[in-house]
Ligand binder design. Structure first.
Ligand code: FMN
Length: 201
């Protein structure tokens, strides 16, 4: 059951030296490729990174997080602001329905929003293959404004243009030692309501 997988998944930050087979990496990426998006615009790119040189650069971009450097592979998730223009949606004249008409801020928010879905899909597909992961959001990019020089270098290395934003990195690897999952979450009734805030489901 998918819920069992969701319950057992946890962020893993220490990895063994065992390599992930390409066929499993492909399955993870396929899960991202098949995610839903607004009007099916798919405003994303996913870059698989296995080279240590690029992992080191991305660890620097991620304010020195060691698990970025030590993961077996990384998936750099890119929010592509160009996608709305490239998509055949110019006939949709309502800004409510067409993010390309929602102004610079709207386009930025909508583009960042889309990429969350493939990230979730990829993380769960990885978990189903016993590949552990951690989502990395603490990084230098156009949103955070952190590490602008490293950001330029990383984007150049990855072949990205000005409209393509590194939104997130997913670290992937096998767990070094099996640790139990400890789900620390707010109480179900503090976040889920029936009809109205305050009414329990
Ligand atoms: C958008 C986002 C950004 C995150 N950024 C980081 C990060 O930069 N570094 C990190 O180690 N974990 C990061 N995490 C992982 C969270 O800390 C983790 O999911 C949370 O503590 C819950 O733990 P769990 O994933 O084990 O259930 C991020 C998670 C999300 C969803």
């Amino acid at each position: 059951m998918l819920l069992d997988l969701i319950k057992s998944r946890k962020s893993v930050r220490k990895y063994s030296s065992k390599h992930i087979p390409d066929e499993d990496l492909r399955k993870v990426l396929e899960a991202g490729h098949l995610a839903p998006s607004w009007m099916n615009v798919q405003s994303w790119k996913f870059i698989l990174v296995k080279s240590q040189e690029t992992k080191d650069l991305l660890a620097e971009l991620s304010v020195g997080q060691a698990h970025v450097k030590n993961a077996d592979a990384l998936i750099v998730c890119v929010a592509d602001k160009n996608a709305w223009e490239e998509a055949k949606i110019t006939h949709i004249k309502s800004p409510a329905l067409n993010p390309a008409l929602q102004g610079d801020n709207g386009i930025l928010i909508r583009t960042m929003e889309q990429v969350i879905y493939p990230i979730s899909y990829m993380m769960l597909e990885a978990e189903s293959l016993n590949i552990k992961s951690c989502i990395i959001g603490a990084l230098g990019n156009e949103i955070t404004g952190l590490l602008p020089d490293v950001s330029i270098k990383a984007k150049e290395k990855l072949g990205l243009n000005d409209d393509q934003i590194i939104s997130t990195i997913i670290t992937l690897g096998y767990e070094e030692e099996n640790t139990p999952t400890n789900k620390v979450r707010k109480d179900f009734n503090d976040v889920v309501f029936l009809e109205k805030i305050g009414n329990k489901f």
